[in-house]
Design a protein around this ligand. Structure first.
Ligand SMILES: [Zn+2]
Length: 512
C-alpha cells in the first residue's frame, strides 16, 4: 500500500513559483553551493516511473532540497570519496507531473544552513517530463542506426545491442545527454544516439504491427525470409550455435502469420518457424543447414522485413573466393605511431597489399576498403563492404599500448559465430614467431559489427614495443605475416571441409 506524503503532492509549477520568491542569490564569493547536477549528467527527459536523481555539492551541515521542499540527504564522507557537503536526492516521476512544458527547464536545488544563510543554483542542463498521453516517436535516419544497451562509452562507443535499417519507428521515452531512451517492448529498452534519428511531429501512436504470412525462398545468390508488417518496427538479432540458427526478435509485433510458404531453391535455411515469447515480441527462429554461419543481412523493403541469409561458398577454398581486406586508418587518420616514427596507416596498407598479392596468387578475388592513403570513415567502409558482399572480411591493424612491455599478436571478433575465422588467423599469426597476446570476443569495433559475412580484426603486433616494431617495419616480415594470414583463411575454409558431415558443409543433426 502506498503512503501519501504531503510534499510529494506538490506540483512542479508551484515549486517554480517558490523559486521566484527566493531572495537574490548571494554573490559568487559567498556561494554555499559549488555544484548541482543531475545523475547521470546532461539534458534529461523522463517518463512517469523514471527516477530523477540529483546531487548538490556545497557547505556541509545544511538542509538541501529540490522540487518544492523535497529533501536531499547529506552523504556520509565514506560514501562521497571522503568529502563532506555532498547531498543527493531521488524523485520518482508521477503521471501528473509537468515541468517546463515541451522543452523542459533547469531544475533548481536549494541549500539552507543552520545560521539562516541560503543559496540556490539550477542544474546546468534542462529536465523535461514526457507525457505518456502524447507518445514521442522518432525514425532512424541512416541504415546503420545502432541501438546501445546503456549509457556506457569508451573509445569504440558504448556496447551495442544491434543495428537498424533507416525509417524504423521508435517510441522515445527518455533522453540523457546525446542519447534517446527508446522502449522496444514491455520490459525492453535501449538507447539511440540523437544524430541517428529524427523526432516525428506529435500525434502518432506507439509503434505496433501484426505480422503477415512469410515467404521463404532462394535465388541464385542467397536465401530470403520476408515478413510483411504495417510499419518498420525495431528488431534485434542473434546468431546462435548448437544448433546453428538465427533468432530475430521484432519489437511491437504480434503474430498474424498463418502460413510460412517455403519455396524451392533454399540452400542455407532449415525448418524455419516463429514464437511469440510475449504479447509484443515476435520471434523468427531460422535454423541453418550448416554449422558455420556465413552471415545474414536484415533490413526492410517497404514495410516488409527481409532476412537475406548468406550461403557457404560453392567451394571451401581460396580459389574463386571473394575476400575483403581492410587496411586500418589512412589519410589524416594516422593511427598509432612507433618510437621510430613508423605510422600504423602505412604499415597496415603495406601488409594488406602483400596479403592481397598472396590471396590473388592463390586464386581469390580481393576487395579493398582503401587502395592508397585515403581515409574513408567506418560508415563508408561498412557501406562499401555491404555493397560488395564478400565471402569474408579481414581488417588489419597495428596494436599500441601505454606500456612498451606489451607485445605479440592478437585477433578480434564480435559474434561467437565468427570466432572460427579469428581463431584460424590468430593461430597462423603465432607461426610467425610473434607471441600470442590473446583472442578477443564481443569486440565493439565498427567493422566487426556487420553480420553480413564472417569478419575478424587482426592486430598484427604492438608498434609500442621495440621488438614488435622492428618486425612490423621489416618488409620481409610483413610478407611473412601476409602469407600466414592467407594460411589462416585457408585453415578456416579447410576446417569446414575436413569434418565431413560434421563440418560446416555438413548437415546439422536435425537435418540429416
Ligand atoms: Zn588501429
Amino acid at each position: 500500500m502506498r503512503q501519501t506524503i504531503p510534499f510529494l503532492a506538490v506540483r512542479w509549477a508551484a515549486l517554480l513559483i517558490g523559486v521566484l520568491q527566493l531572495p537574490a542569490a548571494p554573490a559568487r564569493a559567498q556561494r554555499l553551493i559549488q555544484k548541482v547536477e543531475t545523475v547521470p549528467a546532461g539534458e534529461q527527459w523522463l517518463s512517469p516511473g523514471d527516477a530523477l536523481q540529483v546531487r548538490l555539492t556545497g557547505t556541509p551541515g545544511g538542509r538541501a532540497a529540490f522540487l518544492g521542499g523535497r529533501p536531499l540527504t547529506e552523504l556520509a564522507p565514506a560514501l562521497a570519496a571522503g568529502r563532506r557537503g555532498v547531498y543527493q536526492g531521488t524523485y520518482i516521476v508521477q503521471p501528473t507531473d509537468t515541468l517546463g512544458g515541451a522543452t523542459g527547464r533547469p531544475l533548481w536545488l536549494h541549500l539552507r544552513l543552520p545560521d539562516g544563510r541560503r543559496d540556490s543554483l539550477p542544474t546546468p542542463a534542462a529536465v523535461r517530463l514526457l507525457s505518456p498521453n502524447q507518445p514521442l516517436l522518432a525514425v532512424t535516419r541512416t541504415t546503420l542506426a545502432h541501438l546501445n544497451y546503456g549509457l556506457g562509452d569508451d573509445r569504440l562507443g558504448g556496447a551495442k545491442l544491434g543495428y537498424l535499417d533507416s525509417l524504423v519507428v521508435l517510441h522515445v521515452v527518455g533522453r540523457v545527454g546525446g542519447q534517446y531512451r527508446v522502449r522496444l517492448a514491455e520490459g525492453h529498452y535501449a538507447w539511440l544516439p540523437l544524430e541517428r534519428a529524427r523526432l516525428l511531429p506529435p500525434g502518432g501512436f506507439v509503434p505496433a504491427s501484426l505480422t503477415g504470412s512469410w515467404s521463404v525462398q532462394g535465388d541464385s545468390l542467397a536465401d530470403y525470409v520476408r515478413v510483411p508488417l504495417s510499419q518498420r518496427l525495431p528488431y534485434r538479432s542473434q546468431m546462435l550455435e548448437n544448433p546453428t540458427r538465427l533468432v530475430i526478435d521484432v519489437f511491437g509485433a504480434t503474430s498474424n502469420t498463418n502460413w510460412i510458404t517455403q519455396r524451392p531453391g533454399l540452400r542455407a535455411l532449415g525448418a524455419v518457424y516463429y514464437e511469440q515469447p510475449q504479447a509484443d515480441i515476435f520471434r523468427l527462429v531460422l535454423p541453418l543447414r550448416h554449422r558455420q554461419s556465413w552471415g545474414y543481412h536484415l533490413g526492410y523493403e517497404q514495410n516488409t522485413l527481409v532476412v537475406r541469409v548468406a550461403r557457404p561458398p560453392a567451394r571451401l577454398q581460396l580459389r574463386g573466393l571473394r575476400v575483403a581486406l581492410d587496411a586500418g586508418h589512412g589519410g589524416s587518420n594516422v593511427g598509432a605511431v612507433g618510437a621510430s616514427g613508423a605510422r600504423e596507416k602505412d604499415l597496415t596498407l603495406a601488409i594488406v597489399r602483400q596479403l592481397q598479392q598472396e590471396l590473388e596468387r592463390r586464386g581469390a578475388t580481393v576487395v579493398l576498403t582503401r587502395t592508397g592513403d585515403e581515409g574513408p570513415d567506418m560508415a563508408q567502409r561498412v557501406a562499401l563492404l555491404q555493397r560488395q558482399r564478400p565471402a569474408l572480411l579481414v581488417s588489419v591493424h597495428v596494436n599500441s599500448a601505454g606500456s612498451a612491455a606489451a607485445r605479440g599478436t592478437s585477433a578480434f571478433y564480435r559474434y561467437v559465430a565468427f570466432r572460427p575465422l579469428a581463431a584460424a588467423l590468430y593461430g597462423q599469426m603465432q607461426q610467425t614467431g610473434l607471441p600470442g597476446w590473446g583472442l578477443v570476443g564481443n569486440f565493439n569495433f565498427a567493422l566487426n559489427g556487420p553480420t553480413d559475412y564472417p569478419n575478424a580484426l587482426v592486430e598484427t603486433a604492438f608498434i609500442s614495443n621495440p621488438e614488435d616494431e622492428k618486425i612490423l617495419t621489416d618488409p620481409a616480415r610483413q610478407q611473412q605475416m601476409a602469407r600466414r594470414m592467407a594460411d589462416g583463411i585457408h585453415d578456416f575454409l579447410k576446417s569446414g571441409r575436413a569434418k565431413g558431415v560434421r563440418g560446416w558443409l555438413g548437415r546439422q543433426p536435425a537435418e540429416q
